[in-house]
Ligand binder design. Structure first.
Ligand code: ADP
Ligand code: MG
Length: 511
């Protein structure tokens, strides 16, 4: 075995009730590209954040080059030769490449040599590592792939021998991703160590020397890439779990409630997130969208909810055709037509955390005549409604005057669910219904969703929890890279779904 660059020993980390890393052991050899795969929420970013000093482990030891180190913050990581390329770049848009590289490296002795020397050093790094970026370009004028190379340059400039990349290709076009991999191979050949987090198994097979699989906070396996297959990795990622069961009768789908035709959505960068999606949702059925996070599911829900503008396509909601690219659709208009939405990112969209629970319980519904007295909001009616929902959903503590920020994540989730589900919508969109929710609440939420289906509601559910999708949904659509790559009945084989989620159409293709 080659010399280890990094050894993580018995690393453990919890966030409240979430056990994000469970006694993780991992050895990364010097001069290799080591992949880490796992489904969303498996604990990959947490582990890397511990290595980079963003978080402190509750327990465990980190060794770099065989020596035990304390990494109390990112500066300590940098001092230990560890660099990180962030998922969301931390560059100053209006600065040039040189300025960004220098930024935050003020303690570096190189700075004293002046900007000309920095530029020369950058030139050398770029040439040696095929990074190909103009040092004097202003960052905001660079395409995403090049901005990422600036992040890499920044880490190298700070003397990184070990480079961590967390989902680096999520924002890249395929040619940009290929270039990135060429850069990573070159860095490895120059003796650097690369840790690459990705959920894309093709990338793992392409570029890594070894791969470790995380599942539900645990490190379940490490393999030499040459000795494993996409099929084995998919199976390790998904695992054979205890099946979540939901008691439900077969669905009795009725009329089409929501029809989506050729819906295309681009994000702020112009990247196509939903690519020509066409599907239907009927009253009385639960349709699940399975997929690894970042494959367009969030953008789809936001567009259907009227939050995000589409580039093209048509939506027909309860017989009325809407042009989602017109810019004239907003959440209030969609709510008025009978659609409710439980956003997945409830901290940013579903709740105003400094508000009291009862205020959040009516957020977006303040035009409801039952809550108004003339031009004013009827606070007593608002509180009564919130108290009813708190009781029905067992929200704890049962205190509708408490600031929402002071409820736990699971109880905040229940506040949003109660608000959206109890408005008697015809169509319900739910993003990550049980993220951060404890087991008892999961059961309750699942039961409520099935009850609503049986009452004839059309339910579209997005979840990265494959178990949840399989247990709850009557039909499953799998999204990959913005497209619907397959449809399966509820309860379909999880390994088959896992492969579809990884963008692989069949098991044969995976071997
Ligand atoms: P991955 O990168 O594999 O998708 P993460 O490491 O981001 O997974 O998350 C692992 C688990 O820890 C998830 O359940 C996530 O919700 C939780 N988690 C991550 N960061 C925090 C945080 N700062 N506070 C609370 N929970 C967190
Ligand atoms: Mg992550």
């Amino acid at each position: 075995m080659a010399e280890p660059a990094i050894e993580l020993i018995d690393i453990d980390k919890t966030f409240g009730a979430v056990h994000a890393n469970r006694r993780i052991n991992l050895t990364v050899e010097k001069g290799t590209i080591h992949g880490i795969v796992g489904e969303n929420g498996a604990g990959k970013s947490t582990l890397m954040s511990i290595l980079y000093g963003f978080y402190q482990a509750d327990r465990g030891e980190i060794r770099v080059g065989g020596r035990t180190v304390q990494i109390l913050d990112p500066n300590a990581a940098i001092a230990a030769g560890i660099g990180m390329v962030h998922q969301h770049f931390m560059l100053v848009d209006t600065f040039t490449v040189v300025e960004n590289v220098m930024l935050g490296a003020e303690q570096s002795p190189l700075l004293a040599k002046g900007i000309a020397r920095v530029r020369a050093e950058l030139k050398r790094l770029e040439r040696d590592h095929r990074l190909d970026v103009d040092p004097d370009a202003v960052v905001e004028t660079l395409p995403v792939g090049r901005q990422q190379r600036v992040e890499i340059l920044k880490a190298l400039y700070r003397g990184a021998d070990i480079l961590i990349l967390d989902e680096p290709t999520g924002v890249l076009t395929p040619p940009e991703a290929d270039h990135l991999f060429a850069v990573l191979r070159q860095l490895r050949d120059a003796g650097k160590t690369v840790i690459l987090i990705t959920h894309k198994l093709r990338e793992i097979m392409d570029v890594t020397d070894a791969v470790s699989v995380m599942r539900r906070g645990e490190m379940v396996a490490t393999r030499r890439t040459a000795q494993t297959s996409v099929g084995e990795l998919a199976e390790l990622m998904v695992g054979r779990r205890v099946l979540l069961t939901v008691d439900k009768a077969p669905a009795r789908p009725a009329a089409t409630a929501l029809a989506v035709r050729n819906l295309t959505v681009r994000d702020e960068r112009g990247v196509t997130m939903c690519d020509d999606l066409t599907f239907e949702l009927r009253s009385g059925e639960i349709v699940g969208i399975a997929g690894v996070a970042g494959n367009g599911q969030s953008e789809l829900l936001e567009t259907l909810a009227g939050i995000r503008r589409a580039s093209s396509g048509r939506i027909t909601l309860l017989g009325e055709t809407i042009d989602p690219a017109s810019g004239r659709v907003d959440p209030a208009a969609m709510r008025a037509r009978g659609l409710a939405h439980v956003p997945e990112d409830r901290h940013h969209m579903g709740l105003v955390l400094p508000f009291k629970a009862y205020e959040n319980a009516i957020l977006g519904y303040h035009d409801d005549p039952a809550l108004r007295r003339g031009p004013l909001l009827d606070v007593a009616a608002m509180r009564r409604r919130a108290e009813g929902e708190i009781a029905a959903y067992d929200i704890r503590p049962p205190a509708c005057d408490l600031k929402t920020a002071n409820f736990s994540g699971g109880n905040q989730q229940k506040i949003v669910l109660a608000r959206e589900m109890e408005r008697d919508p015809k169509v319900l969109l739910i993003g990550q219904p049980t993220r951060g929710v404890d087991v008892g609440a999961i059961e309750f939420i699942h039961r409520r969703i099935v009850e609503m289906r049986d009452a004839g509601k059309a339910i579209l559910l997005v979840s990265v929890e494959l178990d949840e999708i399989r247990a709850l949904c009557d039909r499953i659509l799998v999204m990959f890279a913005g497209r619907i790559v397959g449809e399966r009945p509820g309860g379909a084989d999880e390994n088959e779904l896992g492969l579809l989620m990884a963008g692989i159409e069949s098991r044969e293709a995976a071997e």
